[in-house]
Design a binder for this molecule. Sequence first.
Ligand code: COA
Length: 254
Amino acid sequence: MSLITTENKDGVLFLGFNRPDKKNAITLDMYRTLTAAFKAAQADDTVRVVLVHGSPDTFTSGNDLADFLSEPMDDKSPIPAFLEALSHFEKPIVAAVNGPAIGIGTTMLLHCDLVYADTTAKLAVPFINLGAVPEGGSSYLMPRIMGNVRAAELLMLGETFNGQKAKEYGLVNDVVEPGKLMETATAAARKLAQRPPAALRITKSLLKRWNRDTLDKVIPTELELFAQQLRSPEAKEAMTAFFEKRKPDFSGFK
Ligand code: COA
């Protein structure tokens, strides 16, 4: 079974993370598959809407930290292409968030149009705790969506927050009981799939275009700094500590 599943049903392309043993951590190959899926969905007239979802207990734990340790982000990284495909995707994207939605698992939601979470959702943008910095346009979009102090709280403390807080901060539309998540997200996606597609695409582009030029500068700048920080001793300590199942010790760094 593929680590990214795709199923087109009645105009809705269900795009699923499917690596449950590693909490759906996204590998380099998974980014490539996701990029290809968004590009194919863009070109396929039978796809009206994309619905991104996780496995039964997890949305995604974000970037595979083993990849971050072993493969420094360089020119060959598939992450910029993924963010480009996601942030430039012209059709509506709905997300269904359950369990962990960490790092890019949360920042990708900033590029979705409708986001539903269930009461198990645990979101976080914990880049700081990894010795890293914001990515995915989050340093620009989060202050706009929720205000500076809330963006600073989430990005500087890097703590996990639940769906209710995500709703209060403007990251999700609604929080539902676990059994209702896919049903709720699918119902919204089906409604979108029945709207006139050209008007829907133009509506989405109007909602996004005024940020477009800035975002096209923000995302590569963030990634450059992210890649630089990944090579830092702080990041090495944070990621090694994760795999050694201990707390990182940043006391020796200045
Ligand atoms: N990259 C690589 N492996 C990961 C991973 C990630 N992002 N997230 C989880 N895993 C692996 C764990 O190493 C573990 O593997 P093992 O069974 O071989 O030891 C397995 O997935 C299960 O994870 P575990 O931590 O035991 O599950 P949990 O339910 O206790 O916690 C999380 C789940 C998501 C809260 C926790 O795994 C976590 O914090 N992951 C890292 C999140 C992160 O920092 N992402 C990157 C942001 S830039």
